[in-house]
Write a protein of this length. Structure first.
Length: 202
């Protein structure tokens, strides 16, 4: 198969990923052929390589990379120790049952102990655990566990609201249904989190 990427093959981890891309492209070419499509068609001929690149470099990249390092800052006496809520963080992931996307938003809330995190870090953690085949329930839990551990927070609350394309385009074809999952670790008041979000929207 012709190589279509610019990769630095001196880098051992890039070499491993390039091997994965080439093998996945070969497997996906078999699927396309089995479906009876013409792999010589100019529109389709690079599809196996495109799908392989999408899986390895993007939608499943969390399987091949390290979790983000959480930068935290110490709280001094003048800083609030109350709830921190970051809401409506968009994400996309891949349903592991059907390999169809599920997309939505997450709300990350935590009650600090002695440190706070950089505000973008929650989004990076979400993206990391979303970049692999997932189920929404596990994704919610993994984000909660990781933040709880690395923030040394008193409590963490995660809520994910998502639409699953496996529900929209196949099976029951319920286009407007969405799924909400939550995870709570440590001491954090869920009602207080939800009422703060409500108040902020008024
Ligand atoms: Zn599914």
């Amino acid at each position: 198969m012709s190589k279509v990427y610019n990769v630095n093959l001196e880098n051992p981890s890039e070499l491993v990923l390039e091997g994965k891309r080439q093998r996945i492209a070969g497997h996906f070419a078999n699927i396309i052929e089995e479906l009876g499509l013409d792999l010589t068609d100019p529109s389709i001929k690079d599809t196996p390589a495109r799908v392989a690149k999408m899986l390895v470099n993007e939608t499943c990249n969390g399987l091949f990379s390290e979790p983000p390092v959480i930068t935290t800052f110490p709280l001094d006496e003048n800083t609030s120790r109350e709830l921190v809520i970051i809401e409506n963080i968009p994400f996309s992931s891949l349903c592991e049952h059907h390999f169809q996307p599920f997309i939505g938003t997450a709300t990350i809330a935590y009650l600090p102990n002695d440190r706070v995190m950089g505000l973008s870090k929650g989004a990076r953690v979400l993206d990391y655990f979303a970049s692999r085949p997932q189920i929404q329930e596990r994704l919610t839990n993994e984000v909660a566990q990781y933040l709880f551990k690395h923030l040394n927070a008193k409590g963490v609350f995660i809520m994910i609201h998502a639409e699953h394309f496996c529900m929209k385009v196949r099976g029951v074809k319920k286009h407007n249904s969405s799924t909400i999952t939550t995870a709570i670790l440590g001491e954090i008041n869920k009602t207080e989190v939800l009422s703060s979000i409500q108040l902020a929207r008024k």
